[in-house]
Design a protein around this ligand. Structure first.
Ligand code: NAD
Length: 275
């Protein structure tokens, strides 16, 4: 079967949580598609045991352009510094905004992907844990969307925001109540921002992964790989994904092929949401 051949030359793509897992795969894919990639993460080293070098170094090794900025996305002030960093990397050698008909450097595509999860029963979630998960997942996506959109609008450049949601945004799962609440929030951040920003030339969408074999928590990678259809009552028609199966949805939503798509959540979940 064929595949798409995306070209993001001249565009600056910011990926939060791009050091590991899904974000790393997404960052590598945009790097391969010619984008200038800025990986924004609290740690530069990948959590993935099979990753040989930090994401930005891997992109450079393949001939692409990429940088890393240390940032805790839960802190909106640190996100301001990310916008500044995007302007700088976008103006660096080899980056030509005019390649896409734009004149200034800044965030062209913002991917709010950084995420945090702790496995906890509803009755045991503490206020501190609730705040921590909401800080990274919900506040990070809210202000990541807001600050990137403001940068695009102030520069007069159309742009795209993509938030990483989750299959748990719309269905209950054991030990996920605090996390699922943040992903439900991301669904409405995405829809609300899409409404208010459409007239300003900014599209806002989300990708909702199902189980993906990553190191989001200890042991999850191995557990995920055991998942699959369960006889007469399957709750996962396909299986868990590998991170490299996610970027296609992000590339599509970021591209002009999706020019009439906003406020949408694309489920990349092996069909889990139909069950
Ligand atoms: P991961 O742990 O492999 O990657 C998450 C990355 O986010 C890490 O590099 C981590 O350092 C970074 N990060 C964490 N807190 C941060 C912070 N405060 N500021 C900046 N960076 C921070 O996990 P993943 O599975 O690749 O998760 C990526 C996204 O996908 C998350 O939003 C997660 O909720 C979502 N998701 C994952 C799954 C899954 O099964 N793995 C399913 C649905 C949704």
């Amino acid at each position: 079967m064929g595949s798409l051949n995306p070209d993001f030359s001249g565009e600056t793509v910011v990926v939060t949580g791009g050091s590991s897992g899904i974000g790393r795969a997404v960052a590598l894919a945009f790097g391969e598609a010619g984008a200038t990639v800025l990986n924004v993460d609290v740690r530069v080293d990948p959590k993935d045991a099979d990753a040989e070098m930090p994401t930005h170094e891997a992109i450079r090794e393949s001939g692409g352009t990429a940088s890393y900025a240390e940032c805790d996305v839960a802190d909106p002030d640190q996100l301001d510094a990310v916008i500044e960093a995007a302007r700088e990397v976008g103006g660096a050698d080899g980056h030509d905004p005019s390649a896409r008909g734009t004149s200034s450097s800044g965030v062209d595509v913002m991917i709010n992907n950084a995420g945090f999860y702790t496995k906890r029963r509803f009755r045991d979630v503490t206020p501190a844990e609730f705040e921590q998960v909401h800080g990274v997942n919900a506040r990070g996506a809210f202000f990541g969307t807001q600050k990137a959109a403001n940068d695009m609008i102030e520069r007069g450049e159309p742009g795209v925001v993509i938030n990483t949601a989750s299959d748990t945004q719309g269905r209950a799962a054991w030990d996920h109540s605090h996390y699922a609440a943040t992903k439900g929030a991301i669904r409405m951040i995405t829809r609300s921002a899409a409404l208010e920003l459409a007239g300003e030339g900014v599209r806002v969408n989300a990708v909702a992964p199902g189980p993906v074999a990553t190191e989001i928590r200890e042991g999850w990678k191995e557990e995920a790989q055991e998942m699959g259809p369960t006889g007469e009552t399957p709750d996962l028609p396909l299986r868990a994904a590998m991170p490299a199966e996610l970027p296609g949805a992000y590339l599509y939503l970021a591209s002009d092929d999706a020019s009439y798509v906003t406020g949408e959540t694309v489920w990349v979940d092996g069909g889990g949401h139909v069950c």
